[in-house]
Design a protein around this ligand. Structure first.
Ligand code: NAD
Length: 497
């Protein structure tokens, strides 16, 4: 019988569903499970469970909420192998990459363990005679998270540990393409001591998402996914009076300056372009070489270094990266390579039709290098989200920076150079949210916040880190006086000063 990945509502697993869709193992290309697609009524049930558990959870001392996070962190570490296996089966990530994803997720739980400190607020004594004033951060109530397929463990952990630690209750709608690790992790959160109803998981598609965006009991929505959906989520949530942050897609450029340590830049580019099959919103997908000589050297060294790269199934940890998520996505990625070629670019290393013995039906794309790419090409303008690195040539650092600034996305970027002055100018002026200097994937650690600029993020606050405390709380400022007994204040019509 086919396994159905269901929902976790009010502490109970629910697998019955009128609608389901297949969950593929992308390495074999076979549908191996089904995922339940929640109808509106099931999402409403999850919201009701979250709403009912809010008053008690809100009033649970922060230190007790933090203790659940400490136990949750331990359980995540104890169950790491199983989680990585589930990620491998449904996403296709190789174990070393899945372990890195999980570790980054765990770091967000560690940050949430410090919630009593983070919620301390501000206090001022004697703001007026006998008057004290303080501000505190109160939870919002029921909040929701909607997450993408490419980090089924990490991205949900960006959201609900902090939201819950702050005293909110949560409804999570994970990606329907690889839902098992996300659901299993939510079960671990319950094992760690979360009261039922505090964290609910509903699997589903647009029908489920639309309930979260319109139900008035949901006070805030945190979304991570592609830009067109992020824009829809942000607009709909705002129209319905909700706080929203919606993180979208990317096209991350690396500038390679002529003075860079080329061998080092090549090594860094390989991991950042092809790791996780390029299915990372921080993947470096464009290398901008400054000067013809740098471009020639870079392309020659990259194409040589790419020869031994191994694409294959997650079960063999000697593979460098795995398949892409679906057959449809495989066709989309190879379609971008076709279009670059048709537009006059030069496919130097061609990853179309890689041979993976024993996995002939898998959704594999091999590492691909495309040279002579120009900004008008569709493959340059759009996010490919596959193991494809494109090389563009610029005549100067200013020209390279202008390319980046003119692109619609502004998630991450990096410069490879030995020149501190150039690096400082770059980080100071570039119109991108996360910048690396000789660091190819400048993904902020859990105690900083993550977010792009331009059409890579809709909303004001970034994900996780200090911004997540602000996102998942509302500030209240209290001003208090206890008059001495027998003292009466006179009437005053002047503004208090
Ligand atoms: P996606 O936008 O297709 O899906 C994301 C979520 O939205 C899923 O839960 C999905 O069920 C839901 N969804 C899809 N279509 C919807 C619709 N029409 N209405 C309502 N909800 C809908 O994204 P994906 O393919 O799962 O993930 C890859 C994308 O996510 C890439 O563009 C990548 O750059 C982006 N991403 C961004 C970040 C970031 O931090 N900026 C991080 C990871 C991934």
């Amino acid at each position: 019988m086919t396994t159905v990945v269901g929902h976790l509502i009010n502490g109970a697993l629910i697998t019955e569903s009128a609608r389901t869709q297949p969950v593929y193992n992308p390495a074999t290309g076979q549908p191996e499970k089904e995922v339940a697609l929640a109808p509106a009524a099931t999402v409403e049930e999850a919201i009701a469970a979250a709403q009912a558990s809010f008053p008690e959870w809100r009033d649970t001392p922060a230190i007790k909420r933090a203790r659940v996070m400490f136990r949750f962190k331990e359980l995540l570490e104890q169950n790491a192998d199983k989680i990585c296996e589930l990620i491998g089966e449904e996403h296709g990530k190789i174990a070393h990459d899945a372990a890195g994803e999980l570790q980054r997720g765990v770091e967000n739980v560690e940050y949430a363990c410090g919630v009593p400190e983070l919620l301390k607020g501000e206090h001022s004594r004697n703001v007026g005679p006998g008057i004290d004033s303080w501000s505190e951060m109160q939870p919002l109530g029921v909040v929701a998270g909607i997450t993408p397929f490419n980090f089924p463990a990490m991205v949900p952990l960006w959201m609900y540990p902090m939201a819950i630690a702050c005293g909110n209750t949560f409804v999570l709608k994970p990606s329907e393409r690889d839902p098992s690790s996300t659901l299993f992790i939510a079960e671990l959160a319950h094992e760690a001591g979360l009261p039922k109803g505090v964290l609910n998981v509903v699997n589903g598609d647009k029908e489920a998402v639309d309930v979260l965006l319109t139900d008035e009991r949901v006070k805030a929505v945190s979304f991570v996914g592609s830009t067109p959906i992020a824009e829809y989520i942000y607009a709909t949530a705002n129209t319905n009076g909700k706080r929203c942050q919606a993180l979208g897609g990317a096209k991350n450029h690396a500038i390679v300056m002529p003075d860079a340590d080329m061998d080092n830049a090549v090594n860094q580019l390989l991991g950042a372009a092809f790791g996780s099959s390029g299915e990372r919103c921080m993947a470096l997908s464009v290398a901008v070489a400054v000067g013809d000589e740098a471009a020639d050297t870079l392309v020659a060294k990259l194409s040589e270094a790419m020869q031994p790269l191994k694409v294959g199934a997650y079960t063999d940890s000697s593979n460098d990266f795995g398949p892409v998520i679906t057959r449809e996505h495989q066709n989309k990625v190879t379609g971008f390579i076709d279009s670059a070629e048709a537009d006059g670019a030069n496919v130097v290393v061609d990853g179309r039709n890689p041979q993976v013995a024993g996995y002939e039906d898998g959704f594999f794309v091999g590492a691909t290098l495309i040279d002579n790419v120009t900004p008008e090409m569709t493959s340059y303008k759009e996010e490919i989200f596959g193991p494809v690195l494109q090389v563009v040539c610029a005549n100067s650092m200013e020209e390279a920076m202008k390319l980046i600034d003119d692109h619609e996305y502004g998630n991450g970027t990096c410069i490879f150079t030995r020149d501190g002055e150039a690096a400082r100018y770059f980080s100071d002026h570039i119109q991108v949210g996360m910048v690396g200097i000789n660091v190819p994937l400048p993904v902020p650690v859990a105690y900083h916040s993550f977010g792009g600029w331009k059409r890579s993020l809709f909303g004001d606050l970034h994900a996780y880190g200090p911004d997540s405390v602000r996102f998942f709380t509302k500030r209240k400022t209290i001003t208090q006086r206890w008059p001495s007994s027998g003292v009466r204040e006179g009437v005053s019509f002047a503004f208090p000063s």
